[in-house]
Write a protein that binds this ligand. Sequence first.
Ligand SMILES: [Mn+2]
Length: 576
Amino acid sequence: MRRKEKKLLQFAGLFVVALLFLSNVCLWSLYRDRAFENLPEISSERPGGIPVIQGGATRAQLVAAVEPGNARRKDWHDYNAIRRDAARSGNGERGKPFPLTDADRVDQAYRENGFNIYVSNRISLNRSLPDIRHANCRRKLYAERLPNTSVIIPFHNEGWSTLLRTVHSVLNRSPPELISEVLLVDDFSDKEHLRTSLEQYVARFPKVRILRTRKREGLIRARLLGALAATGEVLTFLDSHCEANVNWLPPLLDRISQNRRTIVCPMIDVIDHDNFGYETQVGDAMRGAFDWELYYKRLPIPPELQREDPSKPFESPVMAGGLFAVDRKWFWELGGYDTGLEIWGGEQFEISFKVWMCGGRMEDVPCSRVGHIYRKYVPYKVPGGVTLARNLKRVAEVWMDEYAEYVYQRRPEYRHLPAGDVTAQRDLRNSLGCRSFSWFMAEVAWDLPRHYPPTEPSAAAWGELRSASSGMCVEAKHLSSGSALWLETCLKGRGETGRSHGQVFTLGWRQDVRVGNPCTLRGSVWMPLHPAVLSHCMTVTACRATNCGSTDRIRACFIPALTAAWTAAAQTEQSS
Ligand SMILES: [Mn+2]
């Protein structure tokens, strides 16, 4: 009887997988031309002053050692390429900031791309980057035999130089035998330079192909499209304004070759949107996580997970989104992305929860670094909040079990938002025998509640913040996130009663300051303190509050060194 049931379940599972696969295959109809299928072999003569890419360089590839795993390992560094990079000079080389003049800063430079395209255009497509990896990375050996990869780069109206610098950096800094192909997936761009010029340009690289969608599909389906067309053993997704750094690829592929169910992410470095300088992110190696409004967050690696060798891969609960590598078959076993997700957003949660809960794992690899331009603003129309909300709700409904409630408590508007049919996703979850979200929280994201507790502890205090020395009050001129706080005459002193104005603040459990009282607070509105406020280093009084009616007083003090950090001193006076 039990065996019969098991068989039935297995069949049902297979059926669902087949259905999913078929529905994915339908995506084939989305793109029009698989451009440049049979390209001629290129000569080593490159027009336009473009240096030979991986031009037959003999790489130092001895150093084979037998490690405990019995896999022969070798040094994958391309020392010729490293020497070539070291000899380069010019604007932006070694990831140095471009010397900007005022004329370079005109708004027009940012308008089309969200970053300064004029500056980008004046930096070589083959520019060198600083090797900012941990020193241990230079000595690391990886398996001699690694899977090859298709590099999938979706783009929409990307700038010429930023798109091609992405491609060049991949070709320049990857062992050619590990690159099966580079797939540029054009999500219905209308920029002229991305038509014939691009086709002619990439024709010189036999491994680079362009796929084009027939209508705007959005990032998620564009990635799926690339994944469907890909033939490499591993899928590596990159954004269209990236630069791959020294030896970025072998450390990623090595982890997948050791465990094909591992999704790996490189460290994402920051390419400045003004001057194109190359730097690490604040905090560098951190774990990916989320708050309960489902905003992506980065958490410090907790002491329990810190290793003697900080260059070792570490587990990450949630990926940042755009940059990762995954075994191609494993990606499809996981159902790819939920095709019900629209355009952009939420997909990094879906794939992250899925891989962890369904028998895989996810790691960040410190020895693999890729730079990314974080835009100043998004230059094209992104579909409004509803799409993102709908995507997040789908993810919450399918994967988060009872924890979805914590999201709905913070975003009540999600509760009744229609998220479309999620039956197929739930069936997939069943057929893969995935674990519960509470398992995920207990075993993978166990450090998350330390920073983002599902149930927020009540505020320490709220009320006016009155300077002990000057008697002035802190005021928010504009009640929006990011506007500075100033000192003004206290409203109470001005004869106003005001509880709903810019002089009411809450001192949160995290010792952060938010505008409003605990009942009117919405989300985490971050208010930077104006230097003039900080320099007061004042003592303030505020009403103690576990509820909105309380009027006890406490004294609290700024810690001047930490912007907007507070320390609540002992409770002193009782107010009337
Ligand atoms: Mn991007």
